[in-house]
Design a binder for this molecule. Structure first.
Ligand code: FES
Ligand SMILES: [Fe+2]
Length: 425
């Protein structure tokens, strides 16, 4: 049994300015929001909280996205009320105007034309790719290389994106994503056939095996389940990529991959991203609808800052009849099931009170990995994943292999791809 100390827990969950984990997140390009939140040039600005900082975002006349301190550096009025006009956001209190880079470009109340140059404004660079506005919130003058994710190269018909404003600490969600023994229970069905072979194997084997290996991008995780054929195992190659991503080989019947990000909003909430993508399959409205149904993404309420309509207040719409007859949890939607249990823990779980065991192996490994990284950061050592070229090639697969195959061998044989899942019926 591995027990976390209160200090270790604090070190992992706090991400505000000046905290070790906050500094770690600020070393990378991270998703700030889905591009769909700023649909028009010169449209209304939005407020967005990231890593404990209150920011305002707007799309200017040329289509660029500005991301800066929500509060005007003059008298601290909220720039959310600002006028987005002629390549800049103008504060409605006294008319100061900022461009998309956050530069103060007009101070109409000031006599001194150089006054603007003396005012420090907190603003962060942005870039858009794959339907996401990304930002770098670190202090280095030159941001790190931009991550080259595979899904950012795909057209919109091959990627479907959602994000949630989830009311609990980011790490609870990352840990759940690499929690190998929970799918058999939380996402399980009762009395009806699972939707595909992977779900069938997960449901039948509550004690999957796991393996990890440290990589230049983070931590590779490999999961293995026994299948109904004793000679064959189902294996997932499921990378965790710093600072807050996984690529899940989710299934064959819908888009094959899910790219996740869990970006702290503050210490008690985070932005949870689901990008479903497939480099071969082209989807349309039906595919989108099927993903909404399977994952519960239709519960997202854009009118309520992208919170899920299912919450602790309505007990996540748990349906006891459904729980009795069809679904282990009684909660509809894979994402909604995860959110329900993670929100039920409280905004920040007290990890000193857990009793983690052998099948929590990956969770324990991830915590240790992150604590080690923070120590390396303190020591001034280089951090992983800052080579942007790496991201596109990161391995993620589901394969069916002879039971005797080692996890290392699966990792070494990238030619073993999804086709095996189909063939080995
Ligand atoms: S507070 Fe914004 S211009 Fe005065
Ligand atoms: Fe889950």
């Amino acid at each position: 049994m591995s027990v976390m100390t209160r200090e270790q827990n604090e070190r992992l969950v706090r991400t505000g300015p000046g905290t070790p984990m906050g500094r770690f997140f600020r070393s990378y390009w991270i998703p700030a929001m889905l591009s769909e939140r700023l649909p028009q040039r010169d449209g209304p600005p939005i407020r967005i909280r990231l890593l404990g900082e209150d920011l305002v975002a707007f799309r200017d006349t040329d289509g660029r996205v500005g991301l800066m301190d929500e509060f005007c550096p003059h008298r601290r009025a909220s720039l959310f009320y600002g006028r987005n006009e002629q390549c800049g956001l103008r504060c409605v209190f006294h008319g100061w105007k900022f461009d998309a880079a956050g530069k103060l470009i007009d101070t109409p109340t000031e006599m001194n034309p150089d006054f603007g140059a003396t005012v420090q404004v907190t603003a962060y660079p942005t870039r858009e790719a794959g339907g996401i506005v990304w930002t770098y919130m670190g202090k280095e003058a030159a941001p790190p290389p931009f991550p080259d994710w595979l899904f950012t190269h795909l057209p919109e018909t091959q990627r479907f994106a959602w994000h949630y404003n989830a009311p609990f600490n980011y790490l609870q969600a990352v840990e759940a994503d690499i929690d190998i023994s929970h799918p058999a229970f939380l996402h399980g069905t009762i009395g009806k056939a699972p939707i595909d072979r992977s779900r069938a194997a997960m449901a039948a084997d509550p004690q999957p095996k796991a393996f990890t290996r440290e990589e230049p991008f983070g931590l590779m995780t490999v999961w293995g389940w026994e299948t109904d054929d004793p000679a064959r195992s189902l294996v997932w190659v499921d990378p965790y990529v710093v600072p807050c991503h996984t690529i899940v080989p989710a299934g064959r019947t819908l888009m094959r991959y899910i790219w996740h990000a869990w970006v702290p909003r503050d210490d008690e909430s985070h932005w949870l991203y689901y990008i479903h993508f497939d480099p071969e399959l082209v989807g349309g409205p039906d595919e989108r609808r099927a993903l909404e149904e399977t994952y519960g993404h239709d519960l997202i309420d854009p009118e309520n800052d992208y919170r899920s309509r299912a919450s602790l207040e309505n007990l996540h719409f748990v349906d006891r009849e459904l729980q009795r007859t069809e679904s282990f949890s009684g909660i509809r939607g894979i994402a909604a099931q995860d959110i329900a249990v993670l929100e039920s823990m409280g905004p920040i779980i007290d990890r000193t009170r857990e009793h983690v065991g052998s099948k929590d192996y990956l969770v324990i490994r991830l915590r240790k990995y992150l604590l080690d990284l923070l120590d390396r950061q303190d020591a001034g050592d280089p951090l992983p994943g800052l080579n942007g070229e790496v991201a596109r090639d990161i391995d993620s697969r589901m394969v069916i292999v002879p039971t005797s195959t080692s996890f290392e061998e699966v990792l070494g044989r990238r030619e073993w791809t999804w086709g095996d899942v189909d063939k080995a019926a």
